[in-house]
Design a protein around this ligand. Sequence first.
Ligand SMILES: *[C@@H]1O[C@H](CO)[C@@H](O)[C@H](O)[C@H]1NC(C)=O
Length: 190
Amino acid sequence: MATTILSLFLHLFLFSALHSVTYASDPPTVYLIRHGEKSGNPLDSGLNADGFKRAACIQGIFGADSHYKIGYIMAPHVNKKGQHRRSYETVLPLATDLGLTIDTSCKRNHVHCVADKIADYDGPGNILIAWRHGKMKKLVRALGYDDPPRYPDNRFDLVWTIPFPYNNITDIRSEECPGLDVPETLSIEL
Ligand SMILES: *[C@@H]1O[C@H](CO)[C@@H](O)[C@H](O)[C@H]1NC(C)=O
């Protein structure tokens, strides 16, 4: 009897140890988004009203109840003058909700720094990267996909899904934020 119970505990122990090891080593999926809308004034490094609306929308889309299971968030380094803070502002409401600190240790042109951070991440959950669209292509190349598309200049709403081993973008979809992202079929060309 005692042996049976001991063996049962041993099995439970081994099973849960194995299980947690599997979980911890599950490589994260990377989700890449652009920062929200901007005023167009080069002296303004922040979001405009639509951009803040998008930040609120992203807070919902990637929230704790979503299937994205975000455990790590990155945005470009913000300097002392607050320059390059747009991506940070875009994911700040979400990060606050999730209780995560946004990693801003990589500068906005240092895509290999981002790739290294992703490779080194061994915490729980997936990785959300908010970045400038002009560096998306280089960033995805640094991750290991040779042939990424250009992130369109006129879009702010696209989510690129890049699962391990990061050699392909397997999904591109709109955030479909209410009041911001009109389905393309409904937009009128003037
Ligand atoms: C990349 O992902 C797309 C979309 O899921 C898929 O159609 C394509 O076959 C993939 N390419 C490679 C090389 O895995």
